[in-house]
Design a protein around this ligand. Structure first.
Ligand code: GDP
Length: 300
């Protein structure tokens, strides 16, 4: 989490700048609040959380009609943590049935960072002393399995892949089957993110889930959302959340986004906790997410 703090602090993050601007302003008049509200909306925080935040701050920081900016940091910190919801369970569910691996399905639109995240997650799990196997169920892009294999080799874990154009569900099954046979702790499955239409997607992910579940229960389904795509990404994420049972969100490319507010909005809209954030392309650039770390990062 120290990493998340470092990355957000001092960045050109619109949300961070709005917050720091409010803290340092010596008058909290109507114009200040209007500007603050507009900037929060522009940071992808979402209308609901923005209204809540502004209403509470206005109420608490204006005493007898006189603005009191000195308490702004303290109230802001508390309220931001509250809207980011520190009570959500963000731990990766690795509770596998007896003798079976935990199975984590990674879904999302192409380019959001699925393959990269599978590699980074494998790295994190291996560092915790767990045994991991990767399944390359994105069989539509020839390069996808290759890319996953490269991650597997780098992290030192086996990758199960099928021929190009193979049925993704059968590759996913083979990976889980190999994971069971080898007695690994976790199988991570990378999927294709083809978003032709909702029913296609539902059929494809539904089939993968059904087939895998014959061998071992899916313990976690992580949805990738690219932080730099803002509202468009959110619309796509909503579709995935509707067609499959998503248990956690990974918000990738937070390092490249100037609008950190999307973290709060996506959780609200999808009703699913953000569990990890991507902070770069490297193997160590995945951080477990916490509300406190996020807010500390924003407020510096
Ligand atoms: P996929 O199509 O969903 O599997 O996406 P990839 O894993 O291939 O990622 C697409 C691109 O995004 C690649 O160039 C990754 O290196 C890059 N990427 C993934 N995660 C992050 C991140 O957290 N930060 C940055 N800056 N780039 C990322």
């Amino acid at each position: 989490m120290a990493r998340l703090r470092r990355r957000l602090a001092g960045s050109n993050n619109v949300l961070a700048q709005a917050l720091l601007g409010l803290i340092s302003s010596d008058r909290l008049d109507a114009d200040t609040w209007d500007d603050f509200e507009a900037t929060l909306i522009g940071s992808d925080l979402g209308v609901g959380p923005t209204t809540e935040l502004v209403d509470t701050l206005r109420r608490e920081l204006s005493i007898d009609g006189v603005a009191d900016p000195t308490r702004a940091r303290e109230v802001l910190h508390r309220e931001l943590v509250r809207i980011t919801d520190p009570t959500l369970d963000r731990a990766l569910n690795l509770d596998a049935a007896d003798g079976l691996p935990a199975v984590i399905l990674v879904v999302g639109v192409n380019g959001t960072g699925k393959t990269t995240t599978v590699g980074k997650l494998a790295r994190l799990l291996v560092a915790e002393g767990r045994t991991v196997l990767l399944g390359a169920a994105d069989t539509f892009r020839a390069a996808a399995a290759e890319q996953l294999q490269t991650w597997g080799d780098r992290v030192g874990v086996e990758t199960v892949r099928g021929a190009e154009g193979a049925d993704p569900a059968s590759v996913a099954f083979e990976a889980v089957d190999a994971g069971v046979e080898k007695g690994v702790d976790v199988v991570l499955i990378d999927t294709a993110g083809r978003l032709h239409n909702k029913s296609n997607l539902m059929d494809e992910l539904g089939k993968i889930r059904r087939v895998i579940s014959k061998r071992a229960p899916i313990t976690e389904c992580l949805l990738l959302l690219d932080a730099t795509t803002g509202q468009n990404g959110l619309i796509q994420a909503r579709v995935f959340n509707e067609v499959t049972d998503v248990t956690g969100i990974v918000l990738s490319k937070l390092d490249g986004s100037a609008k950190g507010g999307i973290v709060v909005q996506v959780q609200r809209e999808l009703g699913v906790p953000v569990k990890f954030v991507g902070l770069g392309e490297g193997a160590d650039d995945l951080a477990p997410f916490t509300a406190d770390g996020f807010v500390d990062g924003l407020l510096g």
